[in-house]
Design a protein around this ligand. Structure first.
Ligand code: BDR
Ligand code: CA
Length: 313
């Protein structure tokens, strides 16, 4: 089955790998990329999306979006993880292409309305662009084919706070709107992305298979790998954002559960995703009043990283 997608992203080392998959996979029609601040500032995110598309010799619309969170102040970009340029501080060529004149939210609304029922939104950064698109066109919920979000955590705990995953923490107010909208949503969170570790051997295959794009992916991976080794004691990297596409293309590798999501927007637990399984009673029903969505709980991590290396190798 093929998928026509808009890829919403803050590239970012793991975003870059996922973009490469979106550009290369024969069953993905990449309709456009929309950019957000997050791993980098918004101008850098847009630059990197245009650059990666050019390195793959593709001409994909790139529409620029959120420069910061909806409500809270923006946290500094994590340059120690992704590099100040988002791609591991390697030297990068300039870009020739220009961004789409529309905002990311407008691009999403226009594209979905041109092809109602056909477009899947895959978001792998803070989700302000999806929240803004819902604000522009509340009926979008009934017109998308699917929404896949890399973010959150059900049982795994957080990565930037004890309870919050980075994309949810960076804009919890947007996340609350997007994760509680009545659309067919799947959350691909740390419960599964932490089970996937992409090794240097996988990356060598990707570098060999991707020409100029492969050089950038491998160079940026080396920087990201140093972070994983130093801070987490892992030899390899979690390809968080590629897991969203792995879920879309290879759902057979994942175990999911239906239920209701809420995002904590204030206080010590801001950015935490709370999951109430379908049908489970609690002391009051406040956690079970949002629309039913699907969350990923388990994965065959080895098979996912093989799939990534096969796709790009
Ligand atoms: C998410 O945060 C970002 O740093 C990554 O690109 C990924 O989208 C993982 O928590
Ligand atoms: Ca990302």
């Amino acid at each position: 089955m093929s998928h026509s997608i808009i890829f919403d992203t803050d590239p970012g080392v793991d975003d870059a790998q996922a973009i490469a998959i979106a550009l290369r996979h024969p069953e993905i029609e990449l309709l456009g990329m929309t950019t957000t601040y997050g791993n980098v500032d918004i101008e850098t995110a847009t630059h990197n999306a245009l650059l990666l598309s050019e390195l793959a010799e593709r001409d994909i619309p790139v529409a620029q979006g959120a420069a910061g969170p909806m409500v809270k102040p923006r946290h500094p970009a994590p340059a120690h993880i992704h590099g100040a340029n988002g791609l591991g501080n390697i030297e990068l060529p300039g870009v020739k292409g220009v961004k789409d004149p529309r905002s990311a939210a407008q691009f999403i609304v226009d594209t979905v309305n041109e092809r109602p029922g056909e477009v899947t939104l895959v978001a792998v950064g803070p989700v302000g662009n999806l929240a803004a698109a819902l604000q522009l066109d509340p009926d979008l919920t009934g017109k998308v084919r699917q929404v896949v979000i890399m973010g959150g955590s059900i049982r795994e705990g957080g990565n930037v706070t004890p309870v919050a995953e980075a994309n949810m923490f960076n804009d919890p107010h947007a996340a609350q709107r997007v994760l509680t909208a009545d659309w067919p949503l799947t959350l691909v969170g740390l419960d599964v992305t932490h089970r996937c570790v992409l090794s240097q051997a996988h990356m060598a295959r990707i570098e060999a298979g991707q020409g100029a794009l492969g050089k950038v992916l491998a160079g940026s991976y080396a920087f990201y790998r140093d972070f994983y080794r130093e801070f987490l004691g892992i030899d390899g990297c979690c390809p968080h954002d590629s897991c969203a596409l792995a879920w879309l293309l290879r759902p057979d590798l994942f175990t999911t559960a239906p239920g209701h999501l809420t995002v904590v927007t204030e206080g010590m637990a801001e950015g935490q995703t709370i999951f109430a399984p379908e049908g489970r009673g609690f002391i009051v029903d406040r956690w079970s009043q949002t629309p039913l969505v699907e969350v990923c709980l388990e994965v065959d991590g080895d098979a996912v990283v093989e799939w990534i290396a096969d796709t790009l190798g």
